[in-house]
Design a protein around this ligand. Structure first.
Ligand code: ADP
Length: 201
């Protein structure tokens, strides 16, 4: 299984690129944002609990998302691989993910960091908000708060993976297809590396 993290600030294009990767490589897309929005739509107890945090642009508690992801890892352990999108968002979540994968004899092979200028991020999110029902995409102040939370709590996760030499940086200021071509190259390199690792270990 080739597991990797798609990482980057809100609006950096993680979801869009993940969908294209699913189509091309049949990976499983695990987006905690989608899972949480699903809970809200279904009006579950969990959905009710997290709605106000998401609407404010704050993170939901680590234990909630860790539990959601845990279920999905077990469910998809025979898939070609998982793309983690929007998870981990804190160093605690990153450590928990390593432990969960270790139990399945897997690991994170790479963390792809999508890079987009801050001004462009805000523009893209507000535009997305006009075409979707995501309440956290419509208000500029909430969007700015999400970016602030990203710098405070999520950026240290990149450092966590950098120390493990797993980071791949991809510029996503160009077109969706240009970014996807580069991302595909990284996936190919990663796959080759992993096979090499297995043979020469
Ligand atoms: P984006 O990357 O555009 O911010 P997401 O769909 O990944 O969108 O996340 C939307 C919201 O869901 C976040 O602002 C946060 O409130 C919540 N959320 C998603 N994933 C996590 C996570 N791993 N930890 C905590 N909160 C999360």
């Amino acid at each position: 299984m080739f597991n990797f993290v798609l990482f980057g600030p809100p609006g950096s294009g993680k979801g869009t690129q993940a969908e294209k990767l699913v189509e091309k490589y049949k990976f499983v897309h695990l987006s905690t944002g989608n899972m949480l929005r699903d809970e809200i739509k279904k009006n579950t107890e969990l959905g009710k609990k997290v709605k106000s945090l998401i609407d404010k642009g704050e993170l939901v508690p680590d234990e909630i998302v860790i539990q959601l992801i845990q279920l999905k890892i077990v469910e998809n352990k025979n898939s070609p691989g998982c793309i983690f999108d929007g998870f981990p968002r804190t160093v605690e979540q990153a450590k928990a993910l390593d432990l969960m994968l270790e139990k399945e004899n897997c690991k994170i092979a790479m963390a792809v960091i999508l890079k987009v200028d801050e001004e462009e991020l805000i523009k893209r999110i507000i535009l997305r908000g006009q075409n979707s029902d995501r309440s956290d995409d419509c208000d500029k102040q909430i969007v700015e708060n999400r970016i602030k939370v990203y710098h405070q709590k999520t950026a240290p996760v990149a450092e966590y993976y950098r120390q493990q030499r797993k980071c791949v940086y991809i510029d996503n200021m160009g077109t969706i297809d240009e970014t996807f071509a580069e991302l595909s190259r990284s996936v190919h390199n990663m796959t080759a590396l992993t096979v090499h690792d297995l043979i020469y270990r």
